[in-house]
Design a protein around this ligand. Structure first.
Ligand SMILES: Cc1ncc(COP(=O)(O)O)c(C=O)c1O
Length: 390
């Protein structure tokens, strides 16, 4: 019987028989975990990455979250780390050594880009940024020492889709490992491992935790590369609190219903924005007409609530006035919580050019009523016009 993802979300990562009938896996707080004998202690050490041994490697709460997310995405195992950026950094560090070459998508999350330029560069790793639309053309950039090809689809500021299967086919043929930031797709909407990804990276801070109250990263890995990543995470001593893992597990239970609502509202708002005279373009792969729509439809089972709007030429002051006037959209980093957010887009590009018609604004469409959000955005446009007319 094929069990569908919504059913998995309700049942993965919990075992009430182990916890006196409690529906949820409890928060197991521990540094020391005692063994009954030396033999048991030594056996526990040899299983430290999969069973409780010492708090730094995680407790039963950590394992429950890891097992649930790995099964949901179809990976071999998952590893919880303290943030999405830690998931990115640890995954890169696991595979790259001095003299290696990394192919990094030009539209990657900004701090990931900085990690390549500022940390990996000092360690003798050369990064080449590549155009997200490159597809199989990535072959031309591959070198004998290319060890990692890194994808983020869509880019989380400007929303360009990538042809991951085409890129992965080339990377694997040339002996490179494929890493992908799947935060936007989530394990619910993008099956990384059937699209050629070896290591799937999640800022679980976003939709998995889902309530803007936890920092959490998850690395889901295939069998061939699991131990390499697990040992790197252990060597750098990345460790997550069981409380945050509990929040990740709690978030998972409603991931499916939340994503359905985020997608429906985001589509409604995006379609409304696309018809506004102030808008040059809405960058959202789920919208028919978006340059990435065909790939999104082919590879993803749905969308989330994050997209960007490109204004027609207008001053920064007018664009800022638009954001400042919004009541239901908070101004702040991150996304994927239950609430709506709006931030200006400042995209750094070196392999491609990013020349929007006017200022770009990234919106996260939360779980508020979509019509209320549209009314709020209307107020924003009124404020924009007031400043533009000055
Ligand atoms: C696409 C993407 N990846 C990774 C991260 C980093 O996640 P965290 O904030 O949990 O470190 C973010 C954060 O905004 C993100 O948008």
């Amino acid at each position: 019987m094929t069990v569908r993802k919504d059913t998995l979300l309700a049942h993965l990562g919990r075992d009430s028989a182990r916890y006196q009938g409690a529906v949820n896996t409890p928060v197991v707080r521990a540094s020391t975990i005692l063994s009954a004998s030396v033999a048991e202690f030594e056996a526990a050490h040899s299983r430290r990455f999969t069973a409780p041994f010492y708090g730094r490697y995680g407790t039963a709460t950590t394992r429950a979250l890891e097992e649930a997310v790995a099964a949901l995405e179809g990976g071999y195992r998952a590893i919880a780390v303290p943030s999405g950026l830690a998931a990115i950094n640890a995954s890169l560090l696991a595979f790259l050594e001095p003299g290696d070459h990394l192919l990094m998508v030009d539209t990657a999350y900004g701090p990931a880009r900085r990690f390549c330029n500022e940390v990996l560069a000092k360690q003798g790793v050369l990064t080449t940024f590549y155009d997200p639309s490159i597809g199989a053309g990535i072959e031309l950039l591959m070198r004998p020492e290319t060890r990692v090809v890194y994808c983020e689809t869509p880019g989380s500021l400007t929303f360009e889709m990538q042809d991951v299967p085409a890129i992965a086919e080339v990377a694997h043929r040339r002996g490179a490992v494929v890493l992908a930031d799947n935060t936007w797709g989530t394990p619910y909407h993008f099956a990384s491992f059937t699209h050629g990804v070896d290591v799937s990276i999640h800022a679980a801070t976003k939709y998995i935790a889902g309530h803007s109250d936890a920092m959490l990263g998850l690395i889901v890995v295939n069998e061939a590369h699991w131990l390499t990543v697990r040992e790197t995470v252990a060597a750098y001593a990345y460790s997550v609190s069981p409380d945050d893992c509990f929040l990740g597990l709690r978030g998972l239970r409603t991931l499916g219903v939340r994503l359905k609502q985020h997608q429906a509202s985001a589509l409604k708002v995006a379609q409304w924005l696309a018809g506004r005279p102030e808008i040059a373009r809405v960058a959202f792969p789920a919208l028919p007409g978006d340059p990435g729509h065909a790939i999104w439809k082919r590879d993803f089972t749905g969308a989330c609530g994050l997209f960007a709007m490109e204004l027609k030429p207008v001053s920064k002051a007018a664009a800022d006035a638009f954001i400042d006037a919004l009541d239901f959209f908070g101004i702040g980093a991150s996304w994927g919580g239950f609430e709506s957010l709006a931030v200006p887009v400042h995209a750094v590009r070196t392999a491609t050019t990013h020349q929007p018609a006017g200022p770009m604004i990234r919106l996260h469409i939360g779980l508020e009523d979509a019509d209320d959000l549209i009314a709020d955005l209307e107020t924003g446009f009124a404020a924009l016009h007031l400043v533009a007319a000055r």
